[in-house]
Design a protein around this ligand. Structure first.
Ligand code: CDP
Ligand code: CDP
Length: 224
């Protein structure tokens, strides 16, 4: 049986994972998994239901039956369009807090693996190459300087009319990176065999081409 090819794109926040993964998936006609959205949806759902970010058992129960759908670039929770609400910075921070909990990570495991179906999958997150798809055909670790990443977030927020200071964003990113790297359960790190791609000086187009070129080489080598 042929295995369905997977490209994993892991890395710190605002390194460009989502943008690049989405574009690569579109180019190849592959499915796309935004695993961070699942942690964000769990955080949003917990906030709506008044569940504490320290209540591991209740959060895992929530994650296990997360009533979410991904429809044409929109994220739905219990049928409600929460595309903008899940992207809020405070939900990102809450997501990174509950993401340290092993039972929550375990509860989201099957949901993520289920995204792998023909003709292929591009998955972005923190542990796609290390834990969820360790047999991925191409693993990429996308990174960029904290300054470049904070600048990107600043621009994204400004476009949405949300005010933020560079100082707060740098602090937020650094705290989130530290929590993702230091945790015991599936810490953020390059997967074995991952190619590290620093996008600080790359445009989105250049980043997308770099990942596509790596994948094309991997396909040639694997003879699939
Ligand atoms: O998913 P992640 O948090 O890693 O990042 P993103 O939301 O995909 O990207 C953050 C912002 O950086 C987006 O507005 C991208 O267009 C931008 N970006 C960039 O300016 N240059 C790159 N090489 C990659 C992304
Ligand atoms: O877009 P951004 O990089 O800011 O964050 P995200 O990918 O939407 O993920 C939000 C948070 O969920 C991250 O800060 C991680 O703590 C957590 N996460 C994780 O632990 N494992 C994943 N595979 C994806 C996200």
């Amino acid at each position: 049986m042929l295995t369905v090819p997977v490209i994993t794109i892991d890395g710190p926040t605002a390194s460009g994972k989502g943008t690049v993964a989405h574009r690569v998936a579109k180019h190849l006609g592959f499915h796309y998994l935004d695993s961070g959205a699942l942690y964000r949806l769990t955080a949003l759902s917990a906030a709506q239901q008044g569940i504490s970010l320290e209540d591991e058992a209740a959060l895992a129960d929530l994650a296990r039956v997360l009533p979410c759908q991904f429809v044409k670039g929109h994220v739905l929770l219990d049928g409600e369009d929460v595309t903008d609400a899940v992207r809020a910075e405070e939900i990102g921070v809450a997501a990174s807090k509950l993401a340290v909990l092993p039972k929550v990570r375990q509860a989201l495991f099957d949901l993520q693996v289920a995204f792998r179906f023909a003709p292929g999958l591009v998955a972005d997150g923190r542990d796609m190459g290390t834990v969820i798809f360790p047999d991925a055909l191409q693993k990429v670790y996308l990174t960029a300087s904290v300054e470049a990443r904070a600048g990107r977030r600043y621009k994204q927020l400004k476009e949405k009319g949300i005010s933020a200071t560079m100082e707060d964003l740098v602090k937020d990113l650094a705290e989130r990176d530290a929590r993702d790297i230091a945790r015991t359960a599936a810490p953020l790190k390059p997967a074995p065999g991952a190619v590290i791609l620093d996008t600080s000086e790359l445009t989105v187009d250049e980043s997308v081409h770099a990942v596509l070129a790596l994948y094309a080489d991997a396909v040639k080598l694997s003879n699939i």
